[in-house]
Ligand binder design. Structure first.
Ligand code: HEC
Ligand code: HEC
Length: 354
């Protein structure tokens, strides 16, 4: 009996030591990870003031989630504060904020690749949702953001509980830059319309939460009390889409945030989803219910709308060509690298325990 107690106490102590060591190294690795330097050279974004393009940019900003985290005027806003250690705020992205000194290629790096101009990974922002933007859509979105009135706003806040940082450090919660295939050429232009191809294009904004294959599950890095994202795989038995017998009921769900039985759906960014046009919402429905449709959106093998190969473009004016498929001049896969001495450390506002 005594021996048994001794043995239990001994192994409990050992376990505690192992857990503490794992946590400590997890926090250390998290610090390394968010300070890693990601060497990508994306193509510059072509700025425009053309009214029709700005209107497209306004639509993308409102419907693809930017408003939820950066506010309708781009001044930034707190979007999660659960009182239990998770507090998140998107920064001011008017010309008076973090983007003040952006070069045309920095917008591409941040939005499509999840990499800040200083080479550090963005945290929390779902750039994997935006990686498939066509060049035209990226140009439109950025041109819209650039015409926000410069004004005071909030700083980025990424406060997560200790276990989340440990999981990030250990690789269980990868940041967007780690999830994105930076070699992939941008999507080919996708004609507007109620088509499976357009639906697949729009569905890219769902992968940050529902996963690259739309199979759902726990949202990486989300607060523990968030429900798992639903399985949306086209034609799969467990798909939540079974609840939506018509595109009308699905579109109503996007507009109201409620299931057909009237119960509210949690976590989904309805402020943005409700802004999707009828055409895009119906196309989404078509895609999510298409028998046999392939929903491999994020990674290699993405289907419709994806350019076949990355064409290497030169540096300078030639790469501004919006018609070009390629947007990366030079790419290396993200790896842990020491910070070059000329790159400042991650800005304030990102708080990590210990
Ligand atoms: C789920 C919330 C969320 C959404 C959606 C989102 N962002 Fe962000 N964004 C953030 C957070 C948080 C940061 C700060 C990240 C950090 O500092 O690590 C950020 C940072 C930025 C930055 C500044 C990066 C820097 O520090 O230089 C820009 C520019 C930006 N976002 C633009 C956009 C645009 C455009 C969209 C829509 C296509 C968008 N964001 C969608 C949360 C979001
Ligand atoms: C910020 C994360 C997030 C994003 C972005 C998101 N979802 Fe969801 N979604 C969830 C979560 C979490 C649930 C489960 C909600 C619940 O159980 O109350 C869910 C549930 C659903 C459901 C099931 C609703 C039901 O009847 O139970 C559908 C359908 C759905 N999402 C479609 C989409 C589509 C389409 C997109 C993109 C256009 C999208 N979601 C984007 C988090 C997200």
């Amino acid at each position: 009996m005594k021996r048994w107690i001794k043995w239990t106490a001994g192994s409990a102590l050992l376990l505690a030591v192992i857990v503490a060591a794992a946590a400590a190294s997890g926090l250390y690795l998290a610090e390394q990870k968010r300070n890693r330097y990601i060497d990508i050279k994306p193509r510059p974004v072509a700025y425009t003031t053309d009214a029709q393009t700005i209107e497209r940019g306004r639509y993308l900003y409102a419907s693809r989630g930017c408003t939820d985290c950066h506010g309708a005027q781009g001044t930034g806003r707190e979007f999660v504060n659960d009182g239990k250690g998770t507090r998140l705020a998107g920064p001011n992205i008017t010309a008076a904020g973090v983007v003040a000194r952006y070069q045309p290629e920095d917008w591409n790096s941040v939005i499509r690749h999840g990499v800040k101009p200083n080479g550090r990974p963005l945290l929390v922002m779902p750039s994997e949702d935006y990686n498939r933007f066509t060049n035209d859509d990226l140009n439109a979105l950025v041109s819209y953001v650039r015409q926000f009135t410069p004004q005071e706003g909030t700083q980025a806040v990424v406060e997560l509980p200790r276990p989340a940082w440990v999981l990030y450090g250990l690789g269980a919660i990868p940041d967007a830059a780690a999830r994105i295939d930076h070699q992939l050429a941008p999507s080919r232009p996708v004609p507007a319309g109620v088509t499976v191809a357009n639906g697949q294009y729009v569905a890219n904004m769902c992968i940050g939460c529902h996963g690259a294959d739309l199979s759902g599950g726990k949202i990486p890095g989300g607060p523990p009390d968030w429900p798992a994202a639903s399985d949306l795989r086209p034609g799969k038995d467990g798909s939540a889409m079974a609840r939506y017998a018509s595109s009308a009921s699905f579109v109503t769900m996007l507009r109201t945030g409620k299931r057909p039985d009237g119960t509210p759906i949690q976590v989904m960014p309805f402020e943005s989803l409700g802004q999707l046009s009828d055409v895009d919402a119906q196309a989404l429905y078509l895609f999510l219910t298409a028998p046999g449709a392939h929903a491999n959106l994020g990674g290699a093998g993405a289907g419709v709308g994806q350019a076949p190969a990355v064409k290497d473009v030169g540096v300078g004016a030639a790469s501004v060509d919006a018609g070009s498929d390629a947007h990366l001049v030079r790419v290396e896969q993200p790896v842990l690298q020491p910070r070059p001495s000329n790159v400042p450390s991650v800005g304030s506002g990102l708080r990590m325990p210990g």
